[in-house]
Design a protein around this ligand. Structure first.
Ligand code: HEM
Length: 596
């Protein structure tokens, strides 16, 4: 073929090879025009609904593995993968049964293969780079680059839909107070099934409040935790100025005060940072730590004290080995080590407990070195909402023979020092936490928090619970009874919402029936509880520590050696590991584990 004819044929060939342009679809003809067709959530399998004209739409199926007008026709590989992939409930069943088989797996290289799979499969469910945010329901530079926003997994319900949740349900969402009173308020304390204690609850709250810091000034949708991950901003502050106030500037250490011969965080007099205490609490009684709201609960200040002691302990070790390092290098290296320690505890103890898996989870960044893995992370608003685990909180707090009401416990500035760290750890580890899922387990003192989350989700126009189930590869529920697994609450929900497809995200998470022996329902779980885990806890730790295997690592001896003298992490190893990874990978795991 001559050069000339080649140059004529080439564009023609290209035209033939190009996929046909997808057609713009007309909305359902039975619906009065002009309803925004995206209100029907027509695009499946993570396809994106793009509106054309007034009542036309097109699904963008790019890289979903599906094609067709609504992204429902699987490509060959997708079909093959779907046919071979076990269902989420079967996977969960496999991971939580067959103890002896898993004992064998955990002792072999298969453990690492499976751990790699867990990490990659779970994190692939999250869009990276981040997609939407509360102000942008389409891909934009702003949502990609502006870290002041929480990201959003699903775009918001379009503003011009016939009902608040799209097209299904009533014209008005149920009264939020009524909803909370009827379906979320605790009648009788329902304990967490696998023995989770309130020390675990305070750990959860303490850990998550480094990356959940909704901005009061900017409003919902915005965060003050700009690191979007496990950066220990709750220990060191979320900005340099706060960090500097908290630092001793000697040997890398943080400021501290000694009370009754024990080390505690400094007072606000000694480290001048803003802490949120009720008016009238004098500065010398306010403890100064990285997160401004941690004065709220003795459980939070307890963990702040433990991490403060750990920071200063690691500084001593480092200085001994590196006498030439200056304050800055000692501080920065110690921070990295503590990040490594945190991740190790969170993956191997905290998530392990929550998952109930017999597969022994492993923190090893090298697992992902040869895998394709997106390391950047952005905290999602949905993640924030689902982590409102307030049903964990009991009716009152028992310390020794003394029972504390909420009024006595909240902002109690003397309890930590009066009892000391050891006694409080012991007390909180003995008291059972509440079950999170399954409904009706909010103590009335924290019910207002649930009300606020629901109000915020309405303001932010979060999509219905069933759309989120689909987004995470779960089948949408077809009835309220299928959701709750019982009749009474299902009937009340029917009355309030009128349609299961109009059920809101947070109520859905909290009212979904719990998986067997689990603290959550299917959507929030990768459930954490199993008889085996409990048994294992009992082997490894003394009686009162049930259900909190992770404490075994923090406090290795039954006598509560609170110096963090655990041997599971050598600081050099932690240092090297943290240098190699980006921390948010843990969050991906945690987020997915929590949402499945
Ligand atoms: C007695 C214990 C607790 C009290 C009094 C409490 C109180 C509160 C309050 C007042 C808010 C702010 C709500 C708003 O802005 O309207 C909040 C937010 C939140 N709480 Fe709790 N809480 C408690 C325990 C927990 C626990 C155990 C968790 C579990 C992880 C948790 C997770 C959260 C989360 C994720 C937020 C959102 C934080 C943000 O976006 O800034 N809380 N809580």
């Amino acid at each position: 073929m001559s050069r000339r004819s080649l140059s004529l044929w080439f564009p023609l060939l290209l035209l033939l090879l190009l996929p046909p342009t997808p057609s713009v679809l007309l909305a359902d003809p039975g619906v009065p025009s002009p309803v925004n067709p995206c209100c029907y959530y027509p695009c499946q399998n993570q396809g994106v609904c793009v509106r054309f004209g007034l009542d036309n739409y097109q699904c963008d199926c790019t890289r979903t593995g599906y094609s067709g007008p609504n992204c429902t026709i699987p490509e060959i590989w997708t079909w093959l993968r779907n046919s071979l992939r076990p269902s989420p409930s079967f996977t969960h069943f496999l991971l939580t049964h067959g103890y002896w088989l898993w004992e064998f797996v955990n002792a072999t290289f298969i453990r690492e293969i499976l751990m790699r799979l867990v990490l990659t499969v779970r994190s692939n469910l999250i869009p990276s780079p981040p997609t939407y945010n509360s102000a942008h329901d389409y891909i934009s530079w702003e949502s990609f680059s502006n870290v002041s926003y929480y990201t959003r997994i699903l775009p918001s319900v379009p503003k011009d839909c016939p009902t608040p949740m799209g097209t299904k349900g009533k014209k008005q969402l149920p009264d939020v107070q009524l909803l909370a009173q009827q379906l979320l308020l605790r009648r009788e304390f329902i304990p967490a099934p696998q023995g989770t204690n309130i020390l675990f609850a305070f750990f959860a709250q303490h850990f998550t409040h480094q990356f959940f810091k909704t901005s009061g000034k900017m409003g919902p949708g915005f965060t003050k935790a700009l690191g979007h991950g496990v950066d220990l901003g709750h220990i060191y502050g979320d900005n340099l100025e706060r960090q500097y106030h908290l630092r001793l500037f000697k040997d890398g250490k943080l400021k501290y005060q000694v009370l009754d011969g024990e080390v505690y965080p400094p007072s606000v007099e000694q480290a001048s940072v803003l802490m949120r205490y009720p008016p009238g609490v004098p500065p010398e009684r306010q403890m100064a730590v990285g997160q401004e709201v941690f004065g709220l609960l003795p459980g939070l200040m307890l963990f702040s004290t433990i991490w403060l002691r750990e920071h200063n302990r690691v500084c001593d070790l480092l200085k001994e080995e590196h006498p030439t390092w200056d304050d800055e290098q000692l501080f920065q290296t110690t921070r990295l080590i503590l990040i490594g320690e945190t991740i190790k505890i969170v993956i191997e103890e905290y998530v392990q407990h929550l998952s109930g898996y017999f597969l022994q989870l492993k923190f090893d960044p090298e697992l992902l070195f040869r895998a394709q893995f997106q390391y950047r992370n952005r905290i999602a608003m949905e993640f924030n909402h689902l982590y409102h685990w307030h049903p964990l909180m009991p009716n009152s707090f028992q310390v020794g023979s003394q029972e504390y009401s909420y009024e006595q416990f909240l902002f109690n500035t003397s309890m930590l020092v009066d009892y000391g760290v050891e006694a409080l750890v012991d007390a909180f580890s003995r008291q059972r936490a509440g079950r999170i899922g399954g409904g009706r387990n909010f103590d009335y003192h924290v019910l207002h928090v649930a009300v606020d989350v629901i109000k915020e989700s309405r303001e932010m126009r979060l999509q219905p619970f069933n759309e989120y189930r689909k987004r995470f590869g779960l089948k949408p529920y077809t009835s309220f009874q299928e959701l709750t697994g019982e009749k009474e609450m299902a009937a009340e929900l029917e009355e309030l919402y009128g349609d299961i497809d109009a059920l809101e995200f947070y109520p859905g998470l909290l009212l979904e029936k719990c998986q067997p022996n689990s603290i959550f329902g299917e959507m929030m779980t990768c459930p954490l509880c199993s008889p085996w885990l409990l048994k294992r806890c009992i082997y490894k730790v003394p009686e009162p520590w049930h259900g909190c295997h992770f404490l075994d690592s923090i406090f290795p001896s039954s006598a509560c050696d609170l110096g963090f003298n655990s041997h599971w992490i050598k600081y050099q190893a932690a240092f090297q590991e943290t240098l190699k990874i980006r921390i948010h990978q843990v969050l991906c795991v945690l987020q997915h584990v929590a949402s499945h």
